[in-house]
Design a protein around this ligand. Structure first.
Ligand code: SF4
Length: 335
């Protein structure tokens, strides 16, 4: 059976886990391709709200691509919460757009009713490992997978998830350490996991690299995941870094935006060669109040808060110009 997975929103966070889990249970997985304008335009006619953020609008094209690829089922779970990364943060919800978009797709495209392709959108939550295991098993049971096989596959997939996250975190920590030792300029580009989509981020990382600047993501400030299989009831990481959340003026309840705030708190403690760029999608609800908080944290440390508003623009020229001016102004301030 071929399972289609759209390369969108929260899939940028949990895809390694899902891919491994399906593969271990002998399913073939087909991931939709990287976004491009053609893929975006393929789905635009079914977008139900003009003012929804660009990462959400992109989902439609990816789902239609999977339908055209004639997969047997499309898997796009409703993930309400991610793993709780800081005890001091009040919660780890996904934004309602992220968690609710499978429902939007069901009504806007209806893969099952209109195309005869099963559309699976089970409700999941990553904040509690026992609950996650039960929820995922309930779904895999419907695909004919027995408990013994599922449990082995689940543990393997969880280890793989941790391993891929750790590679990302550890490699970036090494790069940051080098930049701190050498004093060279480094930018932490903070946003959402799906801002890794180069159509969404307008190639910010590449632009920085072309200008000779090291670009990291907010993952650099996460702590590596524990090696052993998940046994504890709650899964958390980096608890000891969470203290600053209690001092914020907002409710720190959104998982991905919390990482941006945390990144700002960490950048604020570091020397001036470490700066933060925040990626912001037009129409983003959580960012409308998180941004002010991030701005304050950085201003108190005497640092710039650079926000790059990214949307469905076809040319990254203005982004390049903005980054160049930022770098030049930082050099001038330093000189
Ligand atoms: S957090 Fe913002 S950018 Fe992300 S899905 Fe929600 S509204 Fe869109």
């Amino acid at each position: 059976m071929k399972i289609g997975i759209p390369r969108v929103l929260n899939m940028y966070e949990n895809y390694p886990f899902w891919q491994k889990l399906f593969a271990e249970c002998s399913f073939e997985v087909l991931l939709s391709p990287e976004s491009n304008m053609e893929l975006y335009q393929k789905g635009i006619a079914s977008v139900m709200s003009d003012n929804i953020c660009f990462p959400a609008k992109l989902v439609h094209g990816h789902i239609l691509w999977l339908i055209e690829a004639k997969v047997d089922r499309i898997f796009y779970p409703i993930v309400q919460k991610e793993a709780k990364e800081w005890d001091a943060a009040s919660n780890s919800f996904n934004c309602p757009v992220v968690s609710g978009y499978p429902e939007v797709i069901r009504s806007a495209i209806d893969p099952e009713g209109n195309y005869g392709i099963a559309f699976d959108k089970p409700v999941m939550s990553f904040h509690d490992i026992d609950i996650l295991r039960t929820q995922v098993y309930n779904y895999f049971q419907t695909l004919g997978i027995d408990k013994e096989r599922f449990d082995t596959a689940f543990d393997t997939a969880w280890d793989f998830r941790n391993e891929t996250k750790n590679n990302l975190i550890i490699n970036q920590k090494e790069l940051l350490k080098k930049c701190l030792e050498s004093g060279e300029m480094v930018f932490v580009v903070a946003g959402r996991p799906y801002h890794a989509d180069s159509l969404v981020n307008q190639k910010v990382g590449q632009i920085l690299a072309d200008l000779g600047i090291t670009a990291l993501t907010d993952d650099v400030f996460l702590e590596p995941q524990p090696k052993e299989p998940p046994k504890s009831k709650r899964f958390r990481l980096a608890e000891r870094f969470g203290i600053g959340f209690k001092r914020l003026n907002m409710v720190s309840q959104w998982s991905y935006p919390n990482r941006v705030v945390h990144a700002a708190m960490e950048v604020a403690k570091l020397p001036d060669n470490v700066q933060l760029i925040q990626l912001n999608s037009f129409g983003c609800g959580p960012d409308s109040f998180y941004m002010e908080e991030i701005s304050q944290i950085l201003r108190q440390a005497g640092k710039n808060h650079t926000v790059l508003r990214i949307d469905e623009i076809a040319s990254p020229g203005s982004i390049r110009l903005r980054i160049r001016s930022l770098i030049e102004s930082l050099k001038t301030a330093k000189g």
